[in-house]
Design a protein around this ligand. Structure first.
Ligand SMILES: [Zn+2]
Length: 267
């Protein structure tokens, strides 16, 4: 995906599968019938896990979200089965070495977004400044699941606390609810704009109907309002959006056709 001078590439780390009607509590098999494109044949929903490499403008090489981490095999988390481990190989396939990364931006601090922050007590990206929202740092810094990977990078961490310019070509857009400091990253160049949604939206199906909500929001009501406002903002525009769990980590657009929203993947 090219947004003016800013290039964005998906960085795959792994996958999580969950029963769709359980992950989206209160939904029925009938309600899923029009949305089979998001399901596997057995009714499971597949969430890819990963991040995005953002190039330029300037010398910066930015990683947005750091996956589940070097955990092979399955980690059961109540609903879904998580599997990670591919992120560094995905970067290597693009000829990117961890030392090349100048900034690691976390859309939020859930364990499946910070997994490659550090390994065995050392920063995986030795030359990077790590950045996240201050409210998420306050909320998660002592969390037993993420503290072991975030502790070693604390000295390299800088936080933001509002919407605004962050790096050349990248702005933060505060989008609380999923977590207190959940942030949408807005990439812009000239008149072009693209959004990385973090987990404000897990699957594009959530953009089609404001009532659909997955599990795992810290504040479900606020998350719903934030998601609905986002859908209104991008509906019918040519702004491409992608998120860390979208199928194939591929960008798409939210079209408005005859009063019904439609998700169209970028070709
Ligand atoms: Zn996530």
């Amino acid at each position: 995906m090219q947004i003016g001078d800013v290039g964005v590439e998906p960085i795959y780390d792994g996958v999580m599968r969950a029963p769709a009607t359980a992950f989206y509590g209160g939904t029925s098999t009938e309600q899923w019938a029009p949305h089979q494109r998001f399901l596997e044949p057995d009714g499971m929903i597949r969430f890819d896990i990963g991040g995005f490499l953002v190039r330029g403008p300037g010398e910066r090489l930015v990683l947005v979200d750091a996956g589940l981490g070097p955990r092979s095999g399955l980690i059961r988390d109540g609903l879904g089965n998580f599997q990670g481990g591919d992120l560094l190989e995905s970067l290597a396939a693009l000829h990117v070495h961890p030392a090349d990364i100048s900034d690691v931006l976390f859309t939020h601090l859930h364990f499946d977004h910070v997994g490659w922050a550090s390994q065995e007590g050392a920063a995986v990206f030795p030359n990077a400044t790590y950045r996240c929202d201050e409210r998420d740092w306050d909320h998660f810094r002592d969390n037993e699941r993420v503290q072991p990977v975030l502790g070693p990078i604390e000295e390299r961490l800088e936080t933001w606390d509002a919407s605004g310019p962050l790096l050349p070509g990248i702005d933060t857009m505060t989008a609380p609810g999923h977590t207190p400091g959940s942030t949408i990253l807005v990439m812009s160049s000239g008149s072009s704009r693209g959004l990385l949604l973090g987990d404000v939206v897990h699957c594009p199906v959530e953009l089609l109907d404001d009532e659909w909500a997955g599990v795992g929001d810290v504040d479900a009501e606020l998350a719903k309002r934030t998601r609905a406002a986002l859908a209104r903002e991008i509906e019918g525009t040519d702004t491409p959006v992608a998120a860390a769990h979208f199928p194939g980590l591929v960008f798409g657009r939210l079209l408005a056709a005859q009063g019904r929203r439609q998700w169209v993947v970028n070709s």
